[in-house]
Write a protein that binds this ligand. Structure first.
Ligand code: GUN
Ligand code: ZN
Length: 431
């Protein structure tokens, strides 16, 4: 198979710029190259050197566009694509008013197929090459999503959302059926091609203790699966959890007591954590997923990213579509920056870019495979134009280094900044 050589500016990471000095772990090459060999990255380095060493490679010259690893969205809900940007509600009302009626439609396989394909194409157009999605309680919704991703050879994480209380009747399963359906789905999809199954209790309020225990048992039986849920997003939700689980020490304990706290656990939001909860998350290695556009849109609160990074937690970044208000990981980085400012920490562009690629990949236990512009990684690559609108271009023209040139695109960019998107060595979106 012909090798492909992409030329342009390149940005990659060899460590975590939240915990290490960002200058030490960030690698920028203004005349870089990425060699694609089949579906993987065969080499990265100096563009001219790669060109000399691989004279037969087919060349795509991106000029001064920036070649990065494809964005990794570590928490979203593809069934909520159709209700993104719905007005005026906070979490529980928002779920009841907008989310549950829409999710009820996903027992219809044709509808689920249509939204799954639409969502994945929107994500690709925004430079995102991996989605981590909640589905609905319907097994059809899980089949639809994994099938749409498989057709594009995309790495995705997904699972059937389980709820056996505090949800409309047509969106409730039971402890037993949640276990049985999830087991059948993970046996069908987990490890097939690039699919990873995540056992998915929606959150403690919509599961009985019996259901949480059943899903904890399923996870223990299938420890290579991920587990995704929500944690400590809004104050009224946390009070509700206290009422529903009077014996629990705190919100994290509602999961831990049922076998749902662990290394491969993904806990969305995690805004209002108690010190004990932070300790347990660190000790068990579970990851918290920051969803900044959602946190401001639904009015949840200000995630304390730097404090949690310093406390030693693994942190990923995500859109939380459709509680989140954008499909774009650029918009998501901008919101993370703004929330950081309100928390007294200015996140560096290197830290933001790391979170959107390597950081999220690490929470999914896929480091080195996705979110990584380096030899051996899958060739999931996004190419960004750094002057995609007149407003961005006039600011970028004044820049004197890559960070000053990139930051306007992080703060003001969107899908217009996305030039090409490669998935497993093929161009799936050409901007
Ligand atoms: N908590 C439980 N379900 C949801 C959801 O669908 N979106 C958000 N943002 N929070 C949740
Ligand atoms: Zn969510």
């Amino acid at each position: 198979m012909t090798k492909q050589l992409l030329l342009g500016q390149t940005l990659s990471f060899s460590g975590n710029p939240l915990t290490d000095k960002w200058e030490d772990v960030t690698h920028f090459n203004s005349a870089g190259g990425v060699l694609i060999d089949g579906n993987r990255i065969g080499a990265t380095g100096d563009g001219a050197t790669l060109r000399r060493d691989h004279p037969d490679a087919e060349i795509t010259d991106y000029g001064d566009a920036l070649i990065i690893a494809g964005f990794v969205d570590a928490h979203m809900h593809y069934p909520q694509t159709g209700i993104i940007a719905s007005w005026g509600k906070q979490l529980i009302d928002w779920l009841n008013t907008y989310t549950f009626p829409e999710e009820a439609r996903f027992g219809d396989r044709a509808y689920a197929d249509e939204v799954a394909n639409r969502t994945i194409d929107l994500a690709l157009a925004h430079g995102t090459t991996t989605l981590t999605s909640f589905c609905t309680i319907h097994p059809e919704s899980v089949d639809a999503f994994f099938a749409a991703a498989a057709a594009r050879n995309m790495a995705v994480v997904a699972g059937k959302t389980c709820m056996d209380r505090n949800a409309p009747e047509n969106l409730r399963d039971s402890a037993q059926s949640a276990y049985d359906d999830s087991k059948a789905l993970l046996n069908k999809w987990h490890g097939q091609g690039r699919a990873t199954y995540a056992i998915t209790p929606r959150f403690s309020p919509t599961s009985t203790p019996d259901q949480l225990s059943a899903l904890g048992a399923l996870w223990a039986e299938n420890p290579t699966c991920l587990m995704q849920t929500h944690l400590s997003e809004q104050r009224p939700e946390i009070h509700w959890v206290k009422e529903l689980y009077p014996d629990a020490k705190d919100y994290v304990d509602t999961y831990e007591a049922h076998g749902l706290l662990g290394e491969r656990g993904l806990y969305g939001h995690a805004i209002h954590l108690e010190p004990r909860e932070i300790d347990r998350l660190r000790e068990t290695g579970g990851a918290v997923i920051h969803c900044p556009t959602s946190n401001t849109f639904i009015g949840s609160g200000l995630f304390d990213l730097m404090a949690l990074a310093k406390a030693g937690l693994n942190i990923g970044l995500a859109t939380d579509t459709g509680g989140g208000s954008s499909f774009s990981m650029l918009r998501t980085m901008a919101a993370a920056y703004e929330i950081g400012q309100l928390r007294g920490a200015a996140l560096h562009p290197a830290q933001l870019m790391w979170l959107a690629t390597e950081g999220s990949a690490q929470t999914l236990h896929m480091s080195g495979e996705i979110g990584h512009l380096g030899t051996g990684a899958m060739a999931d690559i996004t190419v960004l134009e750094l002057s995609s609108t007149p407003a961005i271009a006039q600011r970028q023209a004044k820049a004197d280094d890559i960070w000053d040139a990139l930051f306007p695109t992080i703060m003001m960019g969107d899908d217009r900044a996305v030039r090409d998107v490669w998935v497993a060595g093929k161009v799936l979106f050409a901007g």
